[in-house]
Design a protein around this ligand. Sequence first.
Ligand code: HMG
Ligand code: MG
Length: 308
Amino acid sequence: MELPARVKLVEVGPRDGLQNEPQIVPTRVKVGLIERLGDAGLSAIEVGAFVSPQWVPQMADSGEVLRAVLASPRRRPGVSFPVLTPNLRGFDAAVEAGAREVAIFAAASESFSQKNINCSVNESLKRFAAVVDSASALEIPVRGYVSCVIACPYEGRIAPQKVAAVAQRLFEMGCHEISLGDTIGVGTPVRVQQMIEACAAVVPLDRLAGHYHDTFGMAIANVYASLEVGMAVFDSSIGGLGGCPYALGASGNVATEDVLFLLQGLGIDSGMDMTALLIASDYIAQHLGRQPAAKAARALLAKPGSDE
Ligand code: HMG
Ligand code: MG
């Protein structure tokens, strides 16, 4: 199959990335990061999660972050700022803060669902249906996630059909896009392609997105494998930040800088600017006091004479 001519990246660093940082990143730094990501041409930036602050303290300021980003003089037209909403309570709080796009997050694994959101997959889908109903009444688009699309940290391998069944339910519920999460980053290209093919049999391929964590260094290979089967939306995280608090040992998402370098090399348009992206990467790296995990950012930011 021909590679897509255009790819959309959904930046998840301010949410998936920062939710897993041991230190709490100040609200103003999150806002500064999101502004810089907007400058780089990203058209969708996931900015937070309206989840329990007991469960994920790093996301407790999501309302303030969203409000500040929406009011920012640097806000660019046409950029959406989705936030995670696990239940109606989170959805109402998100709308109150000005959210115009939300995301719900299910799993293909029962054990992960229990650990992550404290309920079964079926129960979660019931809660999500209520969120989708409220959202559709307000014409708020809802994105759906499926976690553990390759394997679960508690159950091991997950069959592609199980992933497809959850993806189908989210799509039929009204999610406009289904993001397929290799939460623990154990996917390899052929397994990822098989999983996408199973999902594409029940959800149109142009409504599927790849969300690959990089625990085993396979995430960029999995993006390429997904491009080969025609997928054209990917979630990525600036600097490769991230992980999931309920999947210990899992590392961050595929780095936005690395995906952009790949896309540029393949001549695929993403509407993004590497120089501006590196400014965002450097900004958060400086704040966190460490080099980005993104190889492209390390290479491109390396100063002559440094030992990098
Ligand atoms: P629960 O304990 O079952 O819920 O948690 P509950 O209804 O019994 O409420 C417990 C407490 O939380 C109560 O407070 C509620 O008011 C409060 P208390 O009375 O004890 O003071 N609460 C809330 N507070 C703020 N916002 C809310 C909310 N709901 C209840 N929306 C719950 C259930 C879903 C809330 C909890 O399990 C939770 O917050 N989980 C979030 C886990 C999470 O954020 N995980 C990371 C994101 S998913 C991910 O990273 C994977 C992804 O990237 C894809 C991939 O990589 O695979 C998306
Ligand atoms: Mg994730």
